[in-house]
Ligand binder design. Structure first.
Ligand code: ATP
Ligand code: MG
Length: 340
């Protein structure tokens, strides 16, 4: 039997941060190394352009950065196919066909898209490409016949939209050529949507509230020291709140089994009063650095040869294109538009 297929991607709109790491990258590396799946990982530059049309330099620059982030967390081009969305024109073509199966009202109901529209302040000028990006995501997922898509919980509505498109396509054109995917979400629920260091509901490249995998240690320290805690915990002896306190939230996510007892004790002391924020933040910095230091080191190594990084992306894109072309040809055949 052939291996189940996994597909995931990221928008090259900046470097990747801790939210990506716990929400998706960590899962991907583990799945990749299980060697039970065929994995496709891609840089969604076309999707990034849907809300960055006038900043194409930023997208271009981020392609190299995200590729470095991938390599440094342990994604491996010898085990996974890593590619760039825009280099696979078949994906745009599939999007065109799927668009006819989804109503505008359905697109406007997507809760993640709704939140993003409000955050981005589009007002009345929502780019039409932005509204349809969940359809283009369906094209990305189905082109590779992905069975599983490991993502953060903000992507649940996109997976649902994809499943609807698959059912609708297969039903409309009496075929079974498209595969219904399943989302894989982080086991630790808090990691499915890591909040920002400012306490905002989601750490996001666009919100400027992230700790990046490529941040140097001084930057990480500054960010940790500026983290949102309990605004009413002014003096060390004041009782402090755990709920909504980002330092404790992150400790719960990034602490390992052997740190648990320590974290519980700190929480108790903090709530009683007598434990200062600087101390909890220093502890968090240690815990984060345990994760970040080796990633940073590997990144510096890979960054020495960007030519090699781009050759890896080119090779991955060629391989991915061949797979997408096969699906497109089945789709056209099912629709009866394979005229010649
Ligand atoms: P942008 O602001 O440009 O949309 P982003 O930070 O939301 O950037 P994406 O490239 O849209 O990042 O997301 C890539 C993947 O990372 C998705 O699977 C998404 O669910 C996951 N992800 C992004 N942010 C978080 C977060 N804060 N917590 C958990 N997972 C996240
Ligand atoms: Mg996003």
């Amino acid at each position: 039997m052939s291996k189940p297929i996994i597909l995931t991607g990221d928008r090259p709109t900046g470097k990747l941060h801790l939210g990506h790491y716990v929400g998706s990258l960590k899962n991907r590396v583990a799945l990749q190394n299980e060697d039970k799946y065929k994995m496709f990982i891609f840089l969604a530059d076309q999707q990034a352009l849907t809300d960055h049309a006038k900043e194409s330099e930023k997208i271009q620059e981020s392609i190299g950065n995200v590729a470095l982030d991938y390599l440094s967390v342990g994604l491996d081009p010898n085990k996974s196919t890593i590619f760039i969305q825009s280099q696979i024109p078949e994906l745009a073509e599939l999007t065109m066909y799927y668009m006819n199966l989804v109503s505008l009202a359905r697109l406007e109901r997507n809760p993640t898209v709704k939140t993003e529209i409000a955050q981005k302040g589009f007002g009345e000028s929502i780019p039409s490409g932005f509204l349809v990006y969940p359809i283009s995501q369906a094209a990305d997922i189905t082109a590779f016949k992905a069975n599983f898509v490991p993502v953060g919980t903000d992507q649940k509505p996109m997976i649902e939209q994809t499943r609807e498109i698959v059912r609708s396509f297969n039903h409309t054109y009496s075929t079974d050529c498209l595969v219904e995917p399943q989302g894989i979400y982080p086991e630790n629920e808090g990691a499915g949507r890591l909040p920002g260091i400012d306490g905002n509901a989601k750490m996001s490249k666009s919100l400027g509230n992230g700790i990046y995998l490529s941040d140097d240690v001084d930057t990480v320290r500054k960010k940790v020291m500026s983290m949102y805690t309990d605004p009413n915990h002014i003096r060390i002896e004041d009782p402090g709140q755990i709920k909504g306190n980002m330092v404790f939230y992150y400790l719960d996510i990034f602490g390992r089994e052997e740190d648990k007892a320590n974290i519980t004790a700190m929480k108790e002391e903090y709530q009683k009063g007598g434990l200062g924020d600087v101390k909890t933040k220093r502890f968090l910095l240690e815990i984060l650095e345990r994760e970040l230091a080796p990633i940073r080191e590997r990144r510096l190594e890979y960054a020495k040869d960007m030519g090699e990084v781009f050759r890896m992306l080119e090779k991955g894109s060629q391989g991915a294109r061949a797979t997408a072309a096969q699906t497109l040809s089945q789709v056209k055949e099912a629709m009866g538009i394979n005229y010649f």
